[in-house]
Design a protein around this ligand. Structure first.
Ligand SMILES: NC(=O)c1ccc[n+]([C@@H]2O[C@H](COP(=O)([O-])OP(=O)(O)OC[C@H]3O[C@@H](n4cnc5c(N)ncnc54)[C@H](OP(=O)(O)O)[C@@H]3O)[C@@H](O)[C@H]2O)c1
Length: 367
């Protein structure tokens, strides 16, 4: 069962709703609209001067763009930091065609303008949103179908930490791996933003959760969030541990963000009809692999990357989340783990912290 994390451990309780929800007090009434008409022509944003270290993140002035068809303009209050932002800064993960070069994949704030064909949202609505870029700025365009209502009792920092990990986890452990109640799920990088969310969603779906993490402290946090067994990958071999735990059967689903030599080890650990989902290759995307077990155990090897997927697909993920997950999240069984916040102009410090690995859960910019 997922553990309800408590305030004394600096973990934020939350509940969330996705768009389009029932009418909610966090959605504006018409009197709000008149207060929100002053949209400046320019804004402060963070630009990647050139590929390189955190110092390449530079504060600049950019134009505020008007929302296009199906888009809303959000006055950003907070923006989540994700590993893909770091990779973009390093020049290893360019913005997809059509996306702004400003980094930032998730925001929370207030809608200040809506584009053509946006019927549900109004200026004044408080939302968090999954975006393809542009989060490190005072204003950000977002596809309307990728906006979520800021949950009751949740502040903007907490709300900004939600979209990227929730969309990614759902798209991979449910849509791709078809994780079932009673199955076992191994999550590599259990204390990451993705990992801490995957633990909680996996628990919600009724799976037994195993994780790897790099220190006893990180392992302890994963277990507190609901992992049955957390393996310190610097001390123990996860294949040995989990083969013993599962009496030689192996695990049903593996969510892997490591790659490299984890690829053959994952394949050897999977149970019959097991599924491996790759979402990153931090140790490389090439490995020597014996594919015989794929045939003998009828394995599925898959993966995905969220950012390049079309708006319609992300909208469909949002609808699935709203239907199947949101009521449970609203009940308080799941919470984002916020490690630290930084002002927008200190995005470089936030990136340095992420690169150090000395954190758990999410790092968020306050705008
Ligand atoms: N495909 C997609 O759509 C998608 C979307 C978002 C993110 N991602 C990827 O998912 C990963 C997590 O993203 P994030 O923003 O949550 O980043 P993050 O917090 O920086 O997480 C990176 C994690 O990788 C773990 N790790 C590194 N080497 C490991 C190893 N040998 N064994 C086990 N774990 C290891 C780290 O664990 P320790 O700290 O314990 O060492 C850390 O928890 C990133 O690689 C990111 O690029 C993919």
């Amino acid at each position: 069962m997922p553990v309800k994390v408590n305030d004394t451990r600096a973990v934020h309780q939350f509940s969330i709703l996705l768009s389009p929800p029932q009418h909610d007090p966090r959605l504006s009434d018409t009197t709000m609209t008149s207060k929100l008409t002053e949209i400046p022509a320019t804004m402060t944003a963070i630009e990647i001067l050139e590929p390189g270290g955190p110092e390449k993140l530079t504060t600049v002035t950019r134009s505020v763009e008007a929302p296009g068809k199906g888009e809303v303009l959000v006055k950003v209050a907070a923006a989540g930091i994700n590993k893909p932002d770091v990779m973009q800064r390093q020049g290893m993960y360019p913005a997809p065609k059509g996306a702004t070069d400003i980094p930032g994949l998730e925001v929370a704030g207030v809608i200040v303008a809506i584009g053509e064909d946006v019927t549900f949202w109004k200026p004044g609505d408080e939302v968090c949103a999954l975006v393809s870029g542009g989060g490190y700025a005072e204003y950000c365009l977002a596809p309307a179908v990728q906006c979520l209502v800021v949950p009751k009792g949740l502040d903007m920092i907490q709300a900004a930490a939600l979209p990227e990990t929730l969309f990614t986890v759902w798209a991979n452990i449910v849509d791709r791996a078809h994780l079932q109640k009673g199955e076992t799920l191994l999550i590599h990088g259990g204390s990451s933003g993705i990992g801490t969310t995957a633990i909680q969603i996996g628990c919600l779906l009724g799976a037994r959760i195993f994780v790897t993490a790099g220190s006893p402290k990180k392992c302890a946090v994963c277990e507190e969030l609901g992992a049955e067994i957390a393996i310190n990958y610097n001390k123990k071999d996860f294949v040995d541990v989990l083969m013993k735990v599962t009496a030689g059967k192996g695990v049903n689903v593996i969510l892997d963000m490591v790659g490299g030599d984890y690829l053959p080890r994952n394949i050897s650990l999977l149970a019959a009809d097991g599924r491996l989902v790759n979402i990153a290759y931090q140790k490389g995307s090439k490995a020597e692999v014996n594919f015989l077990p794929v045939m003998l155990k009828r394995l599925t090897i898959t993966g995905s990357t969220l950012r390049i997927r079309p708006v319609e697909v992300k909208g469909a993920i949002a609808r699935a989340l709203r239907k199947r997950v949101w009521p449970h999240i609203e009940s308080g069984d799941i919470a984002p783990l916020i490690h630290a916040t930084f002002p927008l102009t200190q995005a470089n410090k936030a990136h340095s912290l992420m690169e150090s690995g000395a954190y758990m859960g999410k790092i968020v910019l306050k705008i």
